[in-house]
Design a binder for this molecule. Structure first.
Ligand code: GAL
Length: 336
């Protein structure tokens, strides 16, 4: 809380120092000295809003939609001039957008990479133009981050979210074993294997089960690209193929879990009675489903905390303050 307050103060200070926004609200009404001199002075430089270019990997993503909307309104609230663009899940397109923002002279870039490996190129371009970069959601490697002192990453530790998913299942009455064969037979619906969020959630959800002393058996694991329709299709394939053998469907995110839920229903299965279903993000509908018992649990991926942290990093970077390399926001377990 103290840290948050301090950050708010830093931002307020940054607002006045870099004159970000120049909105009426950020300029105290009582500046008589400045006003009286400005009448005589030839031309005082006009207050300029801080220009922030935000690149999102694609707009059509449940979680990143909430994130980008919150980020945009937070930055605007700080008085920034914000432009948010859709990378359409195409790295070449996003690289062009980054270059356009640089050519337009943005003060700070916020980048949700399409491919984490493209961080090298983005950093090189931004560094050449001396523009700070705040990476969000898709983590560049530590080596990439180390190549530029004006860049950082704001995200969450996906190992924690995976662990929470596994713990949710381990805490159920039958410890994730409906068919009583002494093994948790599971389906894993993966986000995007290039992405650490997907890798860690896949690995750590199962590690939490084995750490709890449970035996596990992977029946099916395929990528669903964080997408609801793909989640439904994959869960349907798995349910058709493995039927009652499946105890649990793990989804790397709630979008895919929403799809998996449709497949569970259409295959005549019932969450909590003969199958478990867990996701990550805690989308509003999923929180409701957890309350209703139609989802076993989810994990809050705090888009508010993360977007505000990213906004605060933008302000710090604009002020020329030293950035940490990593800013991490905690996940929270959501169960009924
Ligand atoms: C994850 C989130 C997914 C998806 C992904 C995009 O953190 O859980 O739903 O938005 O980021 O990179």
């Amino acid at each position: 809380m103290k840290k948050l307050l301090a950050l708010v103060l830093v931002c307020a200070l940054a607002l006045t120092m870099v004159a970000c926004g120049g909105s009426a609200a950020s300029t105290p009404a009582s500046t008589p000295a400045a006003e009286s001199t400005s009448t005589a002075a030839p031309e005082a430089p006009a207050d300029k809003a801080l220009k922030v270019g935000v690149c999102i990997y694609k707009f059509d993503d449940n979680f990143m939609t909430l994130y980008r909307q919150e980020l945009e309104s937070y930055l605007k609230g700080l008085g920034c001039d914000v432009t948010v663009v859709d990378g359409k899940n195409d790295q070449a397109e996003q690289t062009n957008q980054v270059n356009t923002f640089i050519a337009d002279g943005v003060d700070v870039l916020v980048v949700n990479l399409v491919q984490s490996s493209a961080a090298t190129t983005v950093i090189e371009a931004a560094k050449a133009a001396d523009i700070p970069v705040v990476f969000i959601n898709r983590e560049p490697t530590a080596e990439d981050l180390a190549t530029y002192d004006k860049c950082c990453y704001v995200g969450a530790d996906a190992r924690q979210s995976g662990t929470f998913q596994g713990e949710i299942i381990a805490a159920t009455e039958n410890k994730g074993d409906f068919n009583g064969n002494g093994v948790v037979d599971y389906v894993m619906i993966i986000g995007d294997p290039e992405n650490v969020d997907a890798q860690y959630r896949t690995e750590f959800s199962i590690k939490a089960l084995t750490d709890a002393g449970l035996k596990v058996n992977e029946l099916f694991a395929q990528r669903g690209d964080w997408d609801q329709a793909k989640g439904q299709e994959l869960a349907n394939t798995a349910l058709t193929q493995f039927g009652d053998k499946i105890d649990v469907i793990f989804c790397n995110n709630d979008g895919m879990a929403l799809g998996a839920y449709q497949a569970i229903v259409s295959n005549g299965r019932t969450v909590g009675k003969d199958i478990y279903l867990v996701g990550v993000d805690a989308l509003e509908e999923c929180q409701q489903m957890v309350k209703d018992g139609t989802m076993t649990g989810t994990v809050l991926n705090d888009h508010i905390g993360q977007s505000h942290q990213a906004g605060d990093c933008v302000m710090l970077a604009a002020k020329g303050d030293k950035l940490e390399k990593n800013y991490t926001v905690d996940y929270v377990k959501v169960v009924a």
